[in-house]
Design a protein around this ligand. Structure first.
Ligand SMILES: [Zn+2]
Length: 658
């Protein structure tokens, strides 16, 4: 508020406003020579700070524009104003974590905050998610702090749940209703099965040392925390959930809370009405989710009407456990939604779930409302898949994504047969939804890398082509057969489809790519191929072409127009089908005036991904190890070279050789 020189004129004395009562770990000062952009939103001054060059290039503008609307969204949801008169957000060139929610002075690693037009859409939505996460902390964490680090999920789980926002238009904030639960579910199952997991809340006395406290900042805290909040807000309805949240935040403002406090306030919201009845208290429903590690998988026997649960695990011995969860189960029978029921113990006889005719089918977990995976008996899988083939629209989009994703993951973890997972994709020629396709393509890519040199690959290619070509034509029609009409929201799905078309060398795409590429060869000064699909267009044209096409790419590369263009070209040049061209390309890397050591690494990796390229890279590296080692130690070590070779490994024989 004021500045003056002290008596002897040596010291400058700065006086600040008295801050609100806050925890020490969210107190921060910044001393810097930065520029800023600012705005006022509902009386709060918002400033985004960064180095002056970034500010003058407008890179802080995106963060500035989204902050006010997100803040307003939270103020309304929590029914509590942001208590400070100002909000500063600062981009730091280097920072220990992605971002930190210091009260009124958010600090970000600059890549997580600054935006320039060349960035991909996904990078932009990650900026808005991180900004939303840190802003949610102004309430969950700063206004109400967990009493000790053993309850860290009260900060991080809630902030992660509330980062689930989409800034569709610059000033509208809405929830990612479809994508978010899928993303959470995927991440929770991934982290709970791949790393040694711990329960969400721990005993206070077990979290005393610095290492133990840091260990609480785990995927479990963030993802599982957010996922169980999503589950609660689903079974108690979002309206009651918001009511409970508001009274929790109000009661514990400028103070501390423990896990039971949140359950108490959600319980009060439940007790205040009659429409929603729960089979037990919120605390008894939720304790198994916070106090036990792991997540459940549910087995449904629709022939006998029996449901059982067990911990989801890769190895059979970890599936045997006394753990059980209180699970809300939403379900559909033959296309009609049934009343929610609860699985409160390990095994339950539930006759309504019994199928009485062969044609009936049962689907559990509508719109991913519980944190669980479902295994059906074979005959129900079969009926579900028949229904998908008959009329997929009867099954909600989120569940169509879920069926495909879970079937492949359940297969990978040894729960079901690959035949079921593949059968779940038989209807895809009729599927038009991008989200379902982007999930299916992830699993097809994994299959592709396993099958690409086996004798079944021909059949596999034919099968995938029969599914993806209709979707490709559907997308092409949407953009009026012109890649320049791609809308920002569909870039990622179209790129993924084209990548698959390119891998499979499907004729329509080969023709399109070669024609665009030859237009470019005729008029290199005017490149009309949109940035985000150049990699696949170049790759396909070089694959289908001769050394003429390759040499043209090489001259483009030597211009070094931009980093992105260099990367696209380096990868595309590895797509050639001519061993002599690929070998020549590898030898270019030995001369750093042709290909710099950092780019050489891209060359080795992408040639090794090429079906005929792997043995060439393997031989090349062995023959030139000494030169590569001296040229490149600064940029990459030998371990990373062997890593890229291992990525392309196809057979046990090659594995033994490496
Ligand atoms: Zn956080």
């Amino acid at each position: 508020v004021s500045e003056r020189l002290d008596k002897d004129g040596k010291w400058k004395v700065t006086t600040f406003n008295t801050s609100v009562k806050m925890s020490t770990y969210v107190t921060a000062f910044a001393i810097c020579d930065y520029g800023y952009v600012n705005t006022t939103y509902n009386g709060i001054e918002i400033r985004v700070w960064a180095d002056k060059a970034s500010i003058s290039k407008g890179e802080a503008d995106y963060a500035l524009n989204i902050t006010g609307p997100i803040l307003a969204y939270f103020e309304e949801y929590y029914n509590l104003s942001y208590p400070l008169p100002k909000l500063d957000i600062m981009a730091l060139p280097d920072y220990g974590s992605t971002a930190m929610e210091n009260w009124g002075l958010l600090m970000f690693k600059q890549d997580s905050l600054l935006y320039h037009p060349k960035m991909k859409l996904i990078e932009r939505s990650s900026i808005s998610a991180i900004v939303a996460h840190e802003l949610a902390h102004q309430w969950f964490g700063n206004l109400v702090t967990m009493r000790w680090w053993n309850d860290l999920w009260l900060n991080e789980g809630f902030a992660s749940y509330f980062e689930n926002l989409n800034i569709a238009v610059e000033d509208t904030v809405e929830k990612l209703k479809l994508q978010y639960p899928l993303h959470l579910q995927y991440n929770v199952f991934h982290s709970e099965t791949n790393s040694p997991s711990q329960s969400l809340t721990m005993k206070k006395e077990d979290i005393k040392t610095f290492d133990k406290i840091m260990g609480m900042f785990s995927d479990t805290t963030y993802y599982k925390g957010a996922a169980i909040i999503h589950m609660v807000s689903n079974f108690m309805t979002e309206e009651l959930f918001a009511k409970g949240i508001r009274s929790y935040l109000k009661t514990f403002s400028y103070s501390n809370a423990v896990t039971d406090d949140i359950w108490d306030h959600l319980q009060m919201a439940i007790d205040s009405q009659d429409a929603i009845k729960l089979p037990a208290s919120i605390k008894s429903i939720m304790d198994p989710w916070t106090m036990q590690k792991g997540v459940p998988v549910i087995r449904v026997n629709t022939l006998r009407g029996i449901i059982t649960q067990e911990p989801y695990a890769k190895s059979a011995e970890n599936r045997i456990s006394t753990f059980s969860w209180f699970i809300p189960i939403s379900w559909i029978k033959n296309g009609s939604v049934q009343p929610l029921f609860w699985l409160e113990r390990k095994r339950k006889i539930f006759s309504k779930i019994k199928r009485t005719t062969d044609e009936e089918w049962i689907l559990l977990n509508i719109n991913i409302s519980c944190l669980c995976r479902i295994i059906y008996d074979d005959s129900n899988w079969h009926q579900l898949i028949l229904q998908l083939n008959k009329d997929p629209a009867v099954i909600p989009v989120a569940n169509r994504v879920h069926i495909i994703n879970d079937a492949f993951e359940l297969e990978r973890d040894g729960y079901i047969d690959i035949k079921i997972a593949l059968s779940a994709t038989t209807y895809l020629a009729e599927e038009k939804h991008s989200k379902v396709w982007s999930t299916a393509l992830v699993h097809f890519m994994k299959l592709q890398s396993v099958l690409k040199t086996t004798y079944t690959y021909g059949l596999y290619k034919k099968y995938i082509a029969s599914k993806i070509v209709p979707f490709y034509h559907y997308q092409m029609k949407l953009i009026n057969e012109d890649f320049n009409n791609i809308q920002i929201g569909t870039i990622s799905i179209i790129s993924a489809v084209l990548e698959t078309m390119c891998l499979l060398d499907l004729k329509d795409f080969v023709d399109r790519a070669t024609s665009l590429y030859s237009q470019l060869m005729n008029n290199p000064a005017n490149n009309t191929i949109p940035n985000y699909i150049r990699n696949v267009i170049y790759c396909e044209a070089i694959k289908a072409g001769t050394d003429k096409e390759w040499n043209f790419a090489w001259t483009l590369y030597l211009n070094h127009t931009s980093m992105e263009e260099d990367d696209d070209l380096l990868i595309a040049m590895s797509c050639s089908r001519e061993p002599w061209i690929l070998n020549r390309y590898l030898y270019y890397t030995l001369d750093d005036s042709m290909i710099s050591p950092e780019h050489s690494f891209v060359v080795y990796r992408s040639v090794a991904q090429n079906l005929i390229g792997w043995p060439l890279v393997w031989n090349f590296i062995r023959a030139n190890l000494n030169v590569i080692e001296t040229n490149s130690t600064y940029y990459f070590g030998l371990t990373s070279l062997f890593y890229i070779l291992s990525e392309g490994l196809l057979t046990d024989f090659e594995f033994q050789e490496v």
